[in-house]
Design a binder for this molecule. Structure first.
Ligand code: ATP
Length: 217
């Protein structure tokens, strides 16, 4: 996030990439303005929240006109540092890790996996989707953390905490944890946890118990 940008609430900041992606699509389809109602429908955030979010960064929509798409796009690009790519390391090149290396987030994003680690000798020394895979023994040596502030963890959960401790020691700034393990980290490190099995179970639970999604509101 750009340090010169005004302080915006965390909940708003979390929605910015969502808005950004949609605005990018609008821009490339040649649309010049968008209403908060259209945005709301597309990103599934209610329009009052969108208006409040946008007011934090000075984008004040006009009644009957909506928001200027080019203005929004340049704001998001600046705020999300889209011109500056954040390098990411991936640890654990199994099924999930391999899929991420092949996908590599570049289409809509400002992040790129630059380097991967594994312990499997068959994988070490190979390259997947342009990303070289090194042995985990070389983690500290290879991670120039000025270049790589973020790590994605797709290892078995039993290995997650040990690797996290090493990443913490090497002063990584953020970890995207795809393992079911709950990680202990110093307060200077931000961990976002995505447990796909739990998310899926939770979706199934809600479908069973609240079949009409509008009941929740
Ligand atoms: P997934 O679909 O979760 O990626 P998988 O069945 O392909 O799983 P896992 O056993 O979950 O494989 O392991 C994921 C990857 O993590 C494998 O490539 C494995 O070699 C690697 N791995 C296992 N232990 C470690 C470790 N301590 N450090 C780094 N990589 C590890």
């Amino acid at each position: 996030m750009n340090h010169d940008s005004p302080k915006i609430p965390q909940a708003t900041a979390k929605r910015l990439p969502l808005y950004y992606r949609f605005i990018q699509n609008l821009h490339s389809s040649g649309k010049q303005r968008v209403s908060s109602a259209e945005l709301s429908e597309a990103v599934k955030v209610d329009s009052a929240t969108i208006r409040r979010d946008f007011s934090y960064f000075g984008a004040l929509g006009k009644k009957g006109y909506g928001y200027n798409v080019s203005y929004l796009l340049s704001f998001f690009r600046k705020t999300l540092d889209q011109d500056e790519i954040t390098n990411v390391a991936l640890i654990g090149v199994g099924n999930l890790g391999t899929a991420f290396l092949n996908y590599n987030f570049m289409k809509n994003n400002n992040t790129k996996i630059q380097i991967a680690f594994d312990v499997d000798e068959e994988k070490v020394g190979t390259v997947i989707g342009d990303v070289p895979i090194y042995h985990l023994d070389e983690l500290e040596e290879r991670l120039d953390l000025k270049e790589v502030p973020v790590a994605i963890l797709t290892v078995p959960s039993s290995a997650a905490q040990g690797i996290t401790d090493r990443l913490a020691e090497a002063q990584i700034k953020g970890i995207l944890n795809f393992t079911p393990a709950r990680l202990n980290v110093p307060p200077t490190i931000r961990v976002h946890h995505i447990d796909l099995a739990v998310e899926l179970q939770s979706l199934v639970y809600f479908l069973k118990n609240y079949p009409d999604a509008s009941d929740e509101k």
